[in-house]
Ligand binder design. Structure first.
Ligand code: AMP
Ligand code: MG
Length: 411
C-alpha cells in the first residue's frame, strides 16, 4: 500500500473509479413494472397523451354552464355521464348532466357543481345551493399537467412508486432500465467462519463469523447491483487468486473483503497481480478505509475492488467507493447521492485524512456514536449514513453543516 503522503484524496479516488466504470457501455433491458421499483431508467419516458387526456370532472355532481348556475336556481338533468363513457354533445341550454369524478365533461359545459352543493328535487331536477360557481369549477382541463410528448421520467431516474405510476399511465409497462451491475463478493481471512458456525470447537475462541459479506451484499443490492456469486477464502494466495479468477467470469466487478493491508498474509494485491489486473487505486486518504484498492483490466474497466476487513471500514468504503461505481454503471451521477447535515454535537476530525463517520440523523442533526474504532460493528446499528469531516486538528463545532451520505437511497 502507498505511504500516507501518496494516498489519493477521496475525490480523486472516486473520479478514477467512475472513469473506469464508464469505460464499459451501459447494458439496457426492459423490466416489467412489477419488478421495476428501484431500477434506473436507461431511456426517457414521455407522455403519450395530453394529461389529463380530456376535460375531467374532479367531483361527483352535475356539469353545467357556469352562467346557468345561480343560487336557488333549478336545473333539469339531461342525462348521466359515468367515468369512462363518451360525454356526447352539449346538452340543451339551461340543462345539466349528472357527472361522476373522472368522467369527461361534455363540450359546451364549463363548471361542475359538487353534490354537496345541490339539493335533489327529484330524479331529473336539482337545485343549486351556492352562488360561487366560477367558470372551470371542479374541472381538470385537458393537457394542463402536461402535453403529449412532454418529458415525464428522465433517463437516469431511479424508479420509485411515483415514477412507476407515471410509466404505467404513459402506457409503458416495461420501462427500459440499466441492467443491474453484477457484483461478486469474496471474504478473505483464516479466522473467518460462516454465520451459522456455533464456534464451539477447538481453536474457535479466536475465530469470528463473517459478518461483512452479508452486510456488503445487502449494501450493494440495495444500491442497485445484483450479487451474482460469493465466496470465502483463507489467507492463501493460490486460493484467493483462483476464487477471484472464477468470479471474474461471472461478475462485472469482484469485491474482496480484507487481506489488503500491510500484513504478510494480506494476499489480495498479489492475487490481482497473478491475474494480470492493473492497479488503479492503492489506498485512499480516508479514515476509516485507507487500504481500499482497485484494479482494472487491459481495457481500463474496473474489475476488482479490495475493501478492508474491519466492519466499519468495509461499510464506509462500500458507500464511498463501490457506490459511485454502481451509480456510474446505472447512468446516475455519483455526486447526487450526497446531502448535507448539521452536526448535533462537536466531533473530533483527523488532521491527516478525511474522517468519514457513521452517524445517527436526529432532529437536532448528526450524532456520531462513541465507538471503539473500525472493528466496532455493534455501534453501527441504528446509524443512518456517513458524515464527512474536514481534515482539521480542532473539533468540528456543533451546528457545522457537513456533507452527508445516507445509507439508504432517496431524499
Ligand atoms: P484485514 O483487513 O483482513 O486485515 O482485517 C481487519 C480486521 O477485520 C480483522 O480483525 C479481521 O478479522 C476483520 N475482518 C476481516 N474480514 C471480516 C469479515 N468478513 N467479517 C468480519 N470481520 C472481518
Ligand atoms: Mg485479513
Amino acid at each position: 500500500m502507498s505511504g500516507p503522503s501518496s494516498l489519493l484524496p477521496l475525490e480523486e479516488a472516486v473520479t478514477l473509479i467512475v472513469d473506469a466504470a464508464r469505460a464499459a457501455s451501459i447494458d439496457r433491458e426492459s423490466v416489467p413494472l412489477a419488478d421495476a421499483v428501484g431500477r434506473t431508467t436507461a431511456a426517457e419516458i414521455r407522455l403519450d397523451r395530453d394529461h389529463p387526456p380530456f376535460d375531467r370532472a374532479t367531483m361527483d355532481g352535475i356539469a353545467c354552464r357556469a352562467g346557468d348556475a345561480i343560487i336557488g336556481g333549478v336545473l333539469r338533468i339531461d342525462r348521466s355521464i359515468p367515468a369512462g363513457t363518451d360525454p356526447g354533445v352539449a346538452p340543451p341550454p339551461g340543462t345539466a348532466v349528472r357527472i361522476a369524478t373522472g368522467a369527461a365533461v361534455p363540450p359546451g359545459l364549463d363548471a361542475v357543481v359538487e353534490r354537496e352543493r345541490l339539493t335533489e328535487l327529484d330524479d331529473r331536477r336539482v337545485r343549486i345551493e351556492t352562488d360561487e360557481i366560477a367558470t372551470g369549477r371542479h374541472i381538470h382541463p385537458r393537457g394542463i399537467d402536461g402535453r403529449r410528448g412532454d418529458l415525464a421520467v428522465a433517463t437516469g431516474t431511479r424508479l420509485d412508486a411515483v415514477s412507476l405510476g407515471v410509466a404505467a399511465a404513459c402506457g409503458r409497462p416495461h420501462p427500459i432500465c440499466a441492467r443491474r451491475p453484477r457484483i461478486a463478493v469474496v471474504a478473505t481471512g483464516d479466522e473467518l467462519r460462516a454465520p451459522d458456525d456455533p464456534l464451539d470447537g477447538p481453536g474457535d475462541a479466536v475465530r469470528i463469523r463473517d459478518g461483512n459479506r452479508p452486510m456488503l451484499s445487502a449494501t450493494v443490492s440495495a444500491l442497485g447491483a445484483a450479487v451474482v456469486a460469493d465466496d470465502r477464502v483463507p489467507d492463501d494466495l493460490d486460493l484467493t487468486t483462483e476464487s477471484i479468477r472464477s468470479l471474474l467470469d461471472r461478475a462485472d466487478l469482484v469485491i474482496t473483503i480484507g487481506g489488503v493491508s500491510a500484513g504478510d498474509r494480506d494476499v489480495v494485491p498479489a492475487a490481482a497481480a497473478n491475474l494480470h489486473l492493473r492497479p488503479r487505486l492503492r489506498g485512499v486518504r480516508i479514515q476509516p478505509g485507507r487500504p481500499a484498492s482497485a484494479w482494472c483490466d487491459s481495457d481500463g474497466r474496473l474489475r476488482l475492488m479490495a475493501l478492508p476487513g474491519n466492519p466499519v471500514s468495509c461499510l464506509v468504503t462500500a458507500h464511498l467507493l463501490v457506490r459511485p461505481w454502481i451509480d456510474a454503471r446505472l447512468g446516475l451521477s455519483p455526486a447526487a447521492a450526497w446531502r448535507t447535515i448539521r452536526l448535533a454535537e462537536p466531533v473530533r476530525p483527523n488532521p491527516n485524512r478525511t474522517a468519514c463517520r457513521p452517524a445517527i440523523a436526529t432532529a437536532e442533526g448528526a450524532v456520531v456514536p462513541r465507538w471503539n474504532g473500525s472493528g466496532d460493528l455493534p455501534h453501527l446499528v441504528g446509524t443512518h449514513g456517513i458524515v464527512r469531516l474536514p481534515e482539521e486538528s480542532d473539533d468540528v463545532a456543533a451546528g457545522t453543516i457537513l456533507p452527508w451520505l445516507p445509507w439508504s437511497l432517496g431524499t
